[in-house]
Each structure stands twice: as structure tokens, then as C-alpha cells.
Design a protein around this ligand. Structure first.
Ligand code: BT5
Length: 247
């Protein structure tokens, strides 16, 4: 990213102690005329959302739960989630020295466990709500029972407490710079960035995208945000969403 994040949207942060979901609140605000650059944050959510109707859990006060309202960039809307993932990976790295992996399409992993997830929804009134949940300070035992083996917190991996506000600011500064680049049609920095943190390229995977099942070697992020996969017969497919499991 540029040393000086010039031209970041002037983020306007609206913070709540409790919300049903920062994504839902952001979409409601968009409906009421909120502008791009609105950021909705909460200490805890009562109905945190994952993809496909799944739930997002949190440990109250210990997680970053945030949604930004943005204009979809004209030519690279498929990279909005990537920009968020990259900003979060870099903020994690900058504050802890730990290097998270980005698992296409929307997960961040530390030590092989999920530390963050991203959910983009909309458009509503021309805006996309890009939400991220990051487990910042805590222990997997702070999460519901079923997640304790698969989830982690940044502090748990880094071995020290992280200033949640500093983390949010670091993430937003980077995100602003990347969104500006995407707006200007400059997507190379985002794509190269997610490739640097990517944990799938070269690995054998199993991918489920809707009713399509693909098994093969992940070739990595394409320039438009899709995932390229080569199957055993040598056919290459580009996935634009779905669930990837490492074999
Ligand atoms: C995601 O969905 O990973 C997207 C999560 C987005 C959450 C943010 S929080 C702020 C904003 N407001 C919202 O309401 N949502 C966004 P998906 O790929 O479908 O993964 C969901 C799955 O992750 C769940 O089914 C669980 O298995 C797992 N999971 C749930 N909570 C988790 C947590 N805190 N840490 C790690 N894994 C979790």
C-alpha cells in the first residue's frame, strides 16, 4: 500500500454496544440515505451473519465487528472482499508481526484456524455493505463450543493483547487506500497483495460452488477476484464463490 493513504473516504464511524448485525444496520442506513464511507461497528451482535444463512459468533468486546458502506468500483467489484481481507491481513501483521493466511474467498486464518470472515451484501441504494468480523483479543474457549477447534483470536496466536482501536484504524486506513485504487481501476495492488497472503495456490482442494463440485489444484486468485482451479483432467475452471476445503 502507499505509505500515505491519500484520499481515504472520510470514514464516519457509528458505534453501538449491541446490534443485531452491523451488516443489517448498514443496509438499513443505506436504505435511509447514508453515504459511502459510513462505518457501522458494534461490541457484540445478537444475529451476526455469515454467508448462506450461517451465523457469526463473537466474544463481546473482544472482536472487531464492523461494516463499511462503499460504492461498488466500476470494473473490479469482485475485489471488494479481497480489499477488506488484504487490509485486515496487513493490519494484523503490522500490529503483531504474525502473518495471517487469506483463504479464498473470505476467510483469514492464523495457525490454520479462522480468525476473521468477510461478508459483502447489497447493493442497497447503490451501496455495498462489506462486513468483517475479526477475533482480536481472547481465547477460542470464549466462542461457542462448536468453534473452539476451528477458530482462533489474534492475541491467542500473537501472545499479547492488541489495541482494538489501533487495529480498526490500521485496517480502515489500508482499506481506504485500496478502495481508492480500485475506484481508479488500479486493481493490481489488491490482487498482488492477496496473492502474497494466499494459502491455497498450489494446494489440492475440493470446492463447492452452488451445485458445482470441483476437485483439483488451486492455481490462485485471478485478476478479477475469482479462484482458478485445475482438475485432474487438466481443465481449468474459475470459481466466483463457494466453499473451499483443503484436501
Ligand atoms: C463468514 O461467513 O465468514 C462471514 C462472516 C462475516 C461476519 C461479519 S461480523 C460484522 C458483519 N456483520 C455481520 O452480521 N456479519 C459481518 P462464512 O464463510 O459463512 O462462515 C461462517 C462460519 O464461520 C460459521 O458457520 C462458523 O462455522 C464459523 N464461525 C462463526 N463465528 C466465528 C468466529 N467468531 N470465528 C471463527 N469462525 C466462526
Amino acid at each position: 500500500m502507499p505509505a500515505e493513504p491519500i484520499g481515504c473516504p472520510p470514514w464516519r464511524i457509528i458505534h453501538h454496544q449491541t446490534l443485531d448485525s452491523t451488516n443489517l444496520e448498514a443496509l438499513r442506513l443505506a436504505q435511509q440515505g447514508a453515504e459511502a464511507g459510513t462505518v457501522v461497528a458494534a461490541d457484540t451482535q445478537t444475529a451476526g451473519r455469515g454467508r448462506l444463512g450461517r451465523k457469526w459468533a463473537d466474544a463481546p468486546g473482544s472482536c472487531l465487528l464492523m461494516t463499511v458502506l462503499v460504492h461498488p468500483p466500476a470494473h473490479c467489484a469482485g475485489l471488494l472482499g479481497a480489499a477488506m481481507a488484504l487490509a485486515a491481513a496487513e493490519a494484523t501483521s503490522a500490529l503483531t508481526g504474525a502473518s495471517p493466511a487469506i483463504k479464498w474467498p473470505n476467510d483469514l486464518l492464523l495457525g490454520g484456524r479462522k480468525m476473521a470472515g468477510i461478508l459483502a451484501e447489497g447493493p442497497r441504494n447503490g451501496l455495498i455493505a462489506v462486513g468483517i468480523g475479526v477475533n482480536v483479543n481472547g481465547d477460542p474457549d470464549d466462542l461457542p463450543y462448536g468453534l473452539r477447534e476451528t477458530a482462533t483470536f489474534i492475541s491467542h496466536e500473537a501472545g499479547h493483547h492488541i489495541d482494538l482501536h489501533a487495529f480498526r484504524q490500521s485496517l480502515l486506513d489500508r482499506l481506504g487506500a485500496y478502495l481508492q485504487a480500485l475506484d481508479e481501476g488500479q486493481s493490481a495492488g489488491v490482487v498482488e497483495g492477496v496473492r502474497r497472503f494466499d494459502c491455497l495456490a498450489g494446494r489440492a482442494i475440493h470446492a463447492q460452488a452452488g451445485s458445482t463440485l470441483v476437485e483439483g489444484i488451486a492455481l490462485g486468485w485471478l485478476d478479477d477476484g475469482r479462484l482458478a482451479v485445475r482438475d485432474a483432467a487438466g481443465n481449468e475452471t474459475a470459481l466466483d464463490g463457494g466453499e473451499v476445503t483443503l484436501i
